[in-house]
Ligand binder design. Structure first.
Ligand code: COA
Length: 800
């Protein structure tokens, strides 16, 4: 879905252009231009050192005493700079500078001892500077032109000072508004659709992702081409946000020396309000125009669900008091994930060797490694979830939440009992370590990852996502871990060629989740993400021999699952050999692949003799915490059972009705203790009108009297005399007669008409089963049956 959305979006984005508003940088925004830029960066990176210095010399200041020359390309270039002379052949280091006439080497003397990576970084900035130069030249919109020029100068200064680019000043620093658009839209999905069933919820969640994806790739209009805005404040806000968007989102997309941010993560409701209506209209127009080319399911999604979704979202975007924009929005979503649709998989890289996350989600250390240990990766999900859970509890107590509205199911545990149990667990020191669970009594029953989780909590182990990068040199630490990872895989997977392992581990498209103990890699998973195809291929997975079967393999997989949920990837695929299928099965993999074949065919590497296995991730689950949650739930159920058993242990007096001469079957309610143990009469499917018991008693008394007075009732007036039919009770196990019925009536046994009907039927069926059809008795039974049913119907006690 995302691929085609991207295409549509690009087209839609292009469609918005009018000759006046076409930004002259539009080509730069296309994929082939990205590739061209990336290629150019790779080319300069492969230059010999001398050539690198020559290139940098023309951008660096002269170090001759008193020389003020800043190189050929003056950083203080005029706003209308001359056309770039990129085609000009490079000079030699001994050539004189065209401006100051000092040899060019005097411009790069400061770089003499600079390491190769730093030179490469500066060269990347050079490529960006040259691109910006073109942008400044071509841009027609005055404001955009100014911004390109500002960035051009900024990057030039970075080359001169060998510094890192940093945009400072009145624009402020991202995020510019909280909550972000991504958070607001996520809140919207939770707020409006949080109670839907999984499938419907997933659809809404996908629509939210699609919307955010569109917005992240949306090209904002220059303020001048938006037309006259009614609201001056909106106009000023938009101007400022447009400049910010250029500096932090748009330009960094093709000038990656500048830090890049996603639009939906750094802007909030204000920007969304400025663009929502136009964006909505153009997106829907585009989808409608493309509808004939879409597969039916996508058509339904974008033409039926998406417009409704947008209409509902619009109300919240422009509403004055929508809760989705509350900073501490907390919905009744204890069992829902807090998805991060805004985290676009495979988005532009930030720091070297670092998997890119939003700053609000995870942090990185000085090495540029993504540390996902101690719940850092899921902290967003967890903290908001626990907050939501707390809110939910409060709301439940106040009878406000949806939970309070939920109809009670028969046999539900009462709220009071649950609260009591939770309080007990708290007062028992309901901490993980002190909980009375099966694993404390019998450690072998503890979840496989329990020990590893504890070690992670204690800081004895941690997990990191690392990868090699061609554009940003990873830190030495990353390299060391990658080498250790490669060695570990080579040892544990002897059937895999070593060179092959090395190639994939060091391939920038592959990532490794590494498990670190005492600063050494003791396990890891190498994987490749295919965000457009919604799946990730698990390439290698291993734990060092001495550390196997301690739960590390499971914990690694759990972390990998959580990491992918944050990236909105919900499928894992792997080719498992005969030794690995057992492990993968235990991690939720199966040979039944849920992902459509077309989605992975041609993407995943095929291994001979191995079995393709897949695992579908559930966005509602926090995998690293899953076994703990289950353990807690088990403990709650155990305590509920214990409480209930105390209640049921009470000894009641026996059934007294027998003494009073009442025969079987007894009404259930009359058995002492049954009702107290929670038994309730089965609920009738059809709602029957409530009958007053006295009224019922009177009706039944009349009918019984009429039956007794009927001419055919004589065989049934009293119990069958054994002397008259010695074998009667051998055949008839549940005898019944009109006298017994009279006694029962008096004893108020017939609290429901069905009890009366049952006894009457018993008389008739007993008679028919004991006697032949041609007997007088049999005929009497038929007559009486007809008679009493007529009377019952007349009294509205039977359907007519
Ligand atoms: N076959 C069947 N079950 C296996 C298994 C195998 N080869 N390896 C592990 N398991 C089971 C464990 O017994 C455990 O089951 P349990 O919880 O019911 O006791 C469960 O899988 C997970 O154990 P865990 O301790 O979390 O895994 P681990 O740390 O031992 O790591 C491997 C599992 C597969 C990564 C590890 O055994 C290994 O490195 N093997 C060699 C390399 C390999 O074959 N990799 C897989 C293909 S790339």
């Amino acid at each position: 879905m995302s691929t085609s959305t991207e295409t549509s979006l690009d087209d839609a984005n292009n469609a918005q252009k009018t000759p006046k508003t076409v930004p002259s940088t539009s080509e730069l925004n296309k994929t082939n231009n990205f590739q061209r830029i990336a290629h150019k960066k790779m080319v300069v990176r492969s230059y010999p050192r001398n050539k690198k210095l020559e290139t940098l010399a023309v951008y660096s200041s002269c170090k001759f005493e008193c020389c003020k020359c800043n190189g050929w390309k003056n950083p203080n270039a005029p706003p209308q700079p001359p056309v770039a002379d990129a085609s000009q052949p490079l000079a030699n280091l001994t050539d004189p500078c065209k401006s100051c006439r000092h040899p060019l080497e005097a411009h790069v003397s400061h770089l003499e001892n600079t390491d190769e990576e730093e030179l490469n970084r500066l060269l990347r900035i050079v490529v960006d500077v040259e691109n910006l130069f073109v942008c400044v030249h071509r841009e027609e919109d005055a404001e955009a032109k100014q911004v390109y020029f500002y960035l051009f100068k900024l990057l030039r200064k970075c080359i001169l000072n060998t510094s890192q680019p940093s945009i400072e000043g009145s624009l402020g620093t991202p995020p510019f508004e909280k909550p972000s658009i991504a958070k607001g839209v996520t809140n919207f999905v939770l707020y409006k659709f949080g109670t839907l069933a999984q499938k419907e919820w997933q659809t809404m969640y996908d629509l939210a992702k699609m919307f955010l994806h569109c917005l992240n790739h949306w090209k904002l209009w220059p303020p001048a081409s938006r037309g006259q805005q009614l609201d001056e404040k909106d106009e000023n806000d938009y101007k400022l946000n447009y400049t910010r968007w250029l500096c932090f989102c748009h330009v960094p997309a093709f000038c990656d020396s500048l830090p890049r941010y996603e639009t939906t993560l750094i802007f909030g409701q204000t920007l969304l309000r400025s663009v929502f209506q136009t964006m909505r209209r153009q997106l829907l127009d585009k989808f409608r125009a493309e509808k004939d080319k879409m597969p039916p399911d996508k058509k339904t999604l974008v033409l039926t669900h998406f417009p409704r979704f947008l209409t509902m979202l619009e109300q919240e975007v422009y509403g004055t008091s929508s809760p989705i924009w509350d900073q501490d929005f907390a919905q009744n979503t204890a069992n829902l994930p807090t998805p991060s649709p805004a985290v676009s998989p495979g988005a532009a890289a930030g720091v070297s060797g670092l998997s890119r996350f939003t700053s609000s989600t995870v942090g990185t250390d000085a090495c540029g490694v993504l540390n996902i240990s101690s719940g850092l990766l899921t902290s967003g999900r967890q903290s908001s979830r626990s907050q939501e859970a707390a809110e939910k509890r409060k709301a439940d107590e106040a009878g406000l939440s949806d939970g309070a509205k939920r109809p009670r199911i028969d046999g539900d545990v009462s709220k009071e009992m649950l609260q009591e149990i939770l309080a007990e667990m708290n007062s028992d020191g309901e901490k993980e370590d002190t909980m009375v669970g099966p694993e404390t009594i019998c450690p072998t029953h503890a979840a496989r990852d329990e020990q590893a989780r504890q070690e992670e909590k204690d800081g004895k182990i941690d997990f990191h996502i690392i990868n090699n990068s061609l554009s940003h040199r990873p830190s030495n630490q990353v390299f060391l871990w990658l080498i250790e990872m490669q060695n570990l895989f080579s040892h544990q997977l002897p059937r895999m060629p070593k060179e092959y392992i090395t190639r994939l581990v060091f391939d920038p498209k592959h990532k490794c989740l590494v498990l670190i103990k005492q600063n050494h890699v003791i396990g890891g998973i190498c994987f490749r993400m295919f965000p457009t195809q919604c799946f990730t291929e698990i390439v290698f997975c291993a734990v060092t021999s001495s550390e196997q079967v301690k739960g590390y393999g499971t914990t690694l997989m759990n972390h990998l699952k959580d990491y992918h949920l944050l990236h909105n990837i919900t499928h894992f695929l792997t080719f498992a050999d005969e030794f690995a299928t057992g492990y993968f099965k235990k991690q939720g993999f199966s040979k039944d692949i849920k992902l459509p074949r077309a989605q992975y065919l041609g993407y995943i590497k095929d291994y001979e003799g191995a079995t393709l296995m897949g695992c579908e991730l559930c966005p509602r689950i926090n995998y690293t915490d899953f076994s703990r949650v289950i353990r807690k739930q088990k403990e709650i159920i155990k305590r509920i059972a214990a409480k209930k058993s105390i209640e049921t242990e009470k000894v009641f007096s026996g059934v007294g009705l027998f003494k009073e001469g009442v025969k079987l079957p007894l009404p259930f309610e009359s058995i002492p203790g049954l009702v107290e143990s929670g038994w309730k009469p089965p609920v009738k499917k059809e709602k029957e009108p409530q009958v007053d018991t006295d009224q019922l008693f009177n009706s039944l008394r009349t009918i019984l009297q009429q039956v007794k007075s009927h001419a055919s009732s004589w065989p049934f007036l009293k119990p069958v005399d054994k002397s008259e039919a010695p074998d009667y009770y051998d055949h008839i196990k549940f005898p019944m007669d009109l006298r017994t019925m009279t006694e029962r009536l008096k004893a108020r046994y017939y609290i429901h008409k069905h009890l009366f009907i049952a006894d009457m039927n018993r008389i008739v069926t007993n008679c028919r089963s004991y006697n032949e059809p041609d007997t007088e008795y049999y005929k009497c039974a038929n007559t009486i049956e007809k008679y009493y049913t007529t009377k019952m119907k007349e009294a509205s006690l039977m359907d007519k």
